[in-house]
Ligand binder design. Structure first.
Ligand SMILES: [Zn+2]
Length: 88
């Protein structure tokens, strides 16, 4: 996964009770309060954050980049002319 190897950031995950799994989280602002929420169900997640890298995130079932396009050799495969695949 060359695309994932270029990503050095860490991502905050936490256990979501509703989804019953570790999920990627985001911070939602409600007035002055901020809450850590699940990207899947938008529920508030509690507990310890676990910061993981892209490879670990993929192990949790998340995916980076555009795998369908990558499998097609780059570009969107629709002949739109704006993608990386050249016709000549
Ligand atoms: Zn959830």
């Amino acid at each position: 996964m060359p695309a994932a190897a270029q990503i050095s950031s860490s991502f905050p995950t936490a256990k979501c009770l509703a989804c019953d799994r570790h999920v990627l989280t985001y911070i939602a602002f409600d007035g002055e309060a901020e809450a850590r929420c699940c990207v899947h169900c938008d529920g508030v997640v509690d507990g310890d954050l676990r910061w993981i890298n892209a490879a670990e995130l993929e192990a949790e079932g998340y995916q980076f980049g555009a795998p369908s396009a990558a499998k097609a050799g780059g570009g969107c495969g629709s002949g739109c002319g704006t993608c990386s695949v050249r016709k000549n």
